[in-house]
Design a binder for this molecule. Structure first.
Ligand code: S3P
Length: 442
């Protein structure tokens, strides 16, 4: 992707209007991958057409799926006829950690060989967290020291199910193992001390797979027998709460704002930020609850609100893991101290998000400190702004910086807006429609 700078200005008018959240990234990846693994044709409505999902769709085509979009915007995924086939070229997963980690798990079960790679951000992220359990199941890989991409899966190994407790709270790791477990001998069991997003469990059931998820403390134990086939289904992708987060914080910090975001997924494994912003004094009201595609969705009404700092309980982290950068932006406008701890996982996202968030806020005049697994913001005064923020190929850092600029005295610039298209291609359109002044520039 070619880089494009962008800048946001202090909002002098309120944000107003009703908008629709873009399709959920996690659910969209899974719809493409599960559809490719299934027998028959899966149809997907409301797919997030972001660059990450297009990388996953291309990867599924490389393994043998046929994927097209019809004139009504519905995607059709014709599953690989005899399981995944070895791709003819390296599989480039772009910027998508979820894509590559889930696909490596799925592919490992099919005795194919494949080389996986990605962009500068993805090739610097740790893959050992999925390669280790896959090796335990019997998969073999050629990989450079440090377990980074590119990774080559070697053909031939039959997998055996494992009983695994991931060392990190990670839905990607859980999902990778479950997808490999579908083609492994025996029963795969995964113990999660803290529950992470459960879209894989929900969607596997929708594809006809039998599994059990038994609550245990704050977490669960998932069990699934190998040798099950997925049957094509119709997937309706709900709106992404992690994208809605940027719109919500924009409205909370812009005086006079009053917006409605429709179609937001309210799965409790994803709504930690909404709870936290409400505790901070934010006006967030969800209504029109309904079920669509097996997920609860609602419309969220947000109004500008005076915010105050809070301590975010660390056990809430998995339910808002991608939202800490934008929460830190909200905290810059909240009176007092906001403490975010137990978030060491942020160091290995698309960028080191603790370091990137600290740099984005401190360079614009906000008081923030950090340590290995946490950060604290002392907010309440109007931030100075005026900095050019380095986004490190990270869409969420890019959008967080632009939202910060809506409340700063001087405009906030970012060095590169291109990655925003990985998760929220309509970000600029929607923000402009709500009345924000955010522009890309050469
Ligand atoms: C995701 C899981 C999370 C999250 C990522 C999407 C998923 O990652 O940060 O954006 O769809 O399973 P981890 O599993 O590494 O926490």
């Amino acid at each position: 992707m070619t880089s494009t700078a962008a800048v946001s200005q202090k909002s002098t008018t309120p944000l107003r209007g009703t908008v629709r959240a873009p399709g959920d990234k996690s659910v969209s990846h899974r719809a493409m991958i599960f559809g490719a693994m299934a027998t028959g044709t899966t149809t997907v409505a409301g797919l997030l057409e972001g660059a990450d999902i297009m990388s996953t769709a291309d990867a599924m085509r490389a393994f043998g799926a046929d994927i097209t979009k019809d004139k009504d915007g519905v995607w059709h995924v014709v599953g690989c006829k005899d399981g995944f086939q070895s791709p003819k070229h390296a599989v480039d997963c772009g910027n998508a950690g979820t894509g590559v980690r889930l696909i490596m798990g799925a592919a490992a079960g099919y005795k194919v060989s494949a080389t996986f790679t990605g962009d500068a951000s993805l090739t610097s992220r740790p893959m050992g967290r999925v390669l280790d359990p896959l090796r335990e199941m019997g998969a073999a890989f050629d990989v450079a020291p440090g377990d980074r991409l590119p990774v080559t899966l070697k053909a031939g190994a039959a997998l055996t199910a494992i009983d695994y407790t991931p060392p990190h709270a990670s839905a990607q790791v859980k999902s990778c193992i479950l997808l490999a477990g579908l083609n492994a001998a025996g029963t795969t069991a995964i113990t999660e001390p803290t529950l992470t997003r459960d879209h894989t469990e929900n969607m596997l059931k929708a594809f006809g797979v039998k599994l059990t998820a038994a609550k245990r403390g704050d977490g669960q134990v998932v069990r699934m027998d190998g040798g099950q086939t997925l049957k094509a289904t119709h997937v309706i992708v709900p709106g992404d709460p992690s994208s809605a987060a940027f719109l919500i914080v924009a409205a909370l910090i812009t005086p006079g704002s009053d917006i409605i975001i429709e179609n937001v997924m309210m799965n409790p494994t994803r709504t930690g930020l909404f709870e936290t912003l409400t505790e901070m004094g934010g006006y967030l009201r969800s209504d029109n609850f309904r079920t669509s595609g097996g997920e609860i969705i609602a419309d969220i009404h947000v109004k500008h609100s005076p915010l105050h700092g809070v301590t975010v309980p660390p056990h809430r982290a998995p339910a808002m893991i991608d939202e800490y950068p934008i929460l830190a932006v909200a905290a810059a406008f909240a009176k007092g101290r906001t403490v975010m701890d137990g978030i060491g996982e942020l160091r290995v996202k698309e960028s080191d998000r603790i370091a990137a968030t600290e740099a984005l806020l401190s360079s614009n005049g906000v008081n923030i400190t950090s340590h290995e697994s946490g950060m604290t913001v002392i907010g309440g005064d109007t931030p100075r702004g005026g900095a050019v923020v380095k986004t490190h190929h990270d869409h969420r850092i890019a959008m967080s910086a632009l939202i910060l600029g809506l409340g700063c005295d001087a405009p906030v610039r970012i060095d590169d807006a291109s990655m925003i298209a990985t998760s929220f291609p309509s970000f600029f359109d929607i923000m402009t429609r709500l009345g924000a002044v955010i522009e890309t520039s050469a």
